[in-house]
Design a protein around this ligand. Structure first.
Ligand code: BMA
Length: 305
């Protein structure tokens, strides 16, 4: 079977050895293009097990250099246990950063913004607990900002939902869009991965799917296509995964058998750079053809719900 993602031969592209302050891991990074540079905001476990966000820069999207100081660290009672798994969406001149905030009260999602990646402003917490993995679409659809989110509860199947907002702060009109499928590679949970990418045929969305085994959970990546005008409607979702843990640094590490994506950057030549954390320990990148991913969603689709 043709592979849809080609791994960069220089993987892993970032590890804790590249970080000039003490960390145990480098993983689950957001990436944005800003003034001819790729900016990566990556998660690291500190040596006490709690997470912070660091910043790295690159001219080609493959070779990154880490800034001397962390980019975001816990700052209040709602993120005292750590800031995790960022995603970046550019709207106009502003980069919106969503991140998971952990505290004694649970996990919820924060919104921060920056125009230049030197200063960052925390805007608001935009969910109650328990919610993780919020990705914001890169433009308004009708009069609303739109996001995919993932309620995190034992009672509901861990599914991908969609919500709408006029001001980026109050969100509602939520609907379910993608549910785990029983006895399938994503049967335990699905969650949004990279902020969706606009294509002629729909919004392309990379998500993660989790399967529980006797040896623990396996995290893989899948891809779905949402209707351009009504993104609550999935017009195709690939039945098989597009990436699974294969390399030694994906099979073994802080949490074994994990590939976890928070970023996908569309390039002018029709390729997509997809970034993922390997085993919650290192950062990796691969490339895919946007056209092939779209056709895969349309031609090898399963029922989203
Ligand atoms: C999820 C999140 C991710 C992590 C994954 C595998 O629940 O915590 O940050 O990569 O588990 O450990």
């Amino acid at each position: 079977m043709e592979k849809l993602i080609t791994r960069f031969p220089g993987n892993p592209i970032l590890t804790k050895k590249d970080v000039p302050y003490p960390v145990a891991t480098v993983h689950n990074a957001a990436v944005a293009k800003h003034q001819n540079e790729y900016i990566m905001i990556f998660r690291s476990h500190r040596l006490n097990g709690r997470s912070i966000l660091g910043l790295a820069r690159s001219s080609d999207g493959f070779h990154f250099e880490v800034a001397s100081k962390p980019f975001m660290i816990p700052s209040d009672e709602y993120d005292e246990y750590g800031v995790e798994d960022p995603r970046i969406t550019r709207i106009g001149e502003t980069y919106l950063i969503t991140y998971n905030a952990y505290s004694r009260y649970g996990a919820r999602v924060g919104l921060a913004r920056t125009k230049n990646f030197s200063q960052v402003e925390r805007v608001a917490y935009i969910t109650q607990p328990d919610m993780r993995n919020v990705v914001i679409f890169p433009e308004k659809i009708g009069k609303y900002y739109v996001r995919l989110d993932r309620p995190h509860t034992e009672l509901t199947p861990w599914s991908i939902w969609i919500s709408y907002s006029e001001d980026l702060i109050s969100w509602g009109q939520s609907k379910i869009v993608l549910r785990p499928q029983t006895y399938h590679w994503d049967s335990m949970k699905v969650g949004p991965g990279a902020p969706p990418v606009k294509t002629e045929k729909g919004w392309l969305s990379i998500f993660h799917g989790v399967f529980e085994t006797m040896a623990g959970a396996v995290y893989r990546l899948g891809v779905a296509l949402h209707d351009l005008n009504d993104p609550a409607k999935i017009i195709g979702v690939g039945d098989r995964w597009i990436l699974e843990p294969e390399d030694p640094w994906e099979r073994g590490g802080y949490v074994p058998n994990v590939v976890f994506c928070c970023a996908a950057i569309p390039e002018e030549d029709g390729t997509l750079k997809i970034y993922w954390g390997g085993a919650d320990t290192v950062m990796c990148v691969g490339t895919a053809s946007i056209h092939e991913l779209v056709e895969f969603c349309l031609q090898e689709s399963r029922n989203p719900l």
